[in-house]
Write a protein that binds this ligand. Structure first.
Ligand SMILES: [Zn+2]
Length: 124
């Protein structure tokens, strides 16, 4: 067991391993958002400040932006996994990482918050 590694930080990786997100801590809460994009991606988001995340990518990620283009949604250019979203403005410090890329045991310990951003009324 690499117990000491786990204590130093948590990693989220895409399927092929080209993109690794090093996190300063495990998420206490993840957000299940049902907006038109997130429900298609099937993501769970964990939010961090820029200082809490180190993004390691073997090659440039592909991106997608919509709805004002304030943030870019990044995905691995090789395996296609959605990895994170990142704000375009320097002044915005919050980013989201796709918690589905965490080890299942790490994700299991997080509370799931339902965000009804799609306004469907399905979440209460
Ligand atoms: Zn990949």
């Amino acid at each position: 067991m690499a117990q000491s590694d786990e204590e130093e930080g948590i990693s989220a990786t895409c399927h092929c391993g080209a993109v690794t997100l090093r996190l300063s801590r495990a998420p206490a809460e993840v957000t299940h958002c049902n907006c038109s994009l997130c429900r298609r991606y099937g993501t769970l988001w964990a939010y961090y400040t820029k200082a809490e995340v180190t993004i390691l990518s073997a090659q440039p990620t592909d991106t997608y932006a919509w709805n004002g283009r304030h943030i870019d949604f990044h995905r691995c250019a090789h395996c296609g996994c959605v990895t994170h979203w990142y704000p375009r403005a320097e002044s915005r410090d919050r980013l989201g990482i796709n918690a589905r890329l965490l080890e299942p045991a790490v994700l299991d310990r997080a509370r799931v918050k339902q965000a009804d951003s799609g306004g469907t009324g399905l979440f209460h």
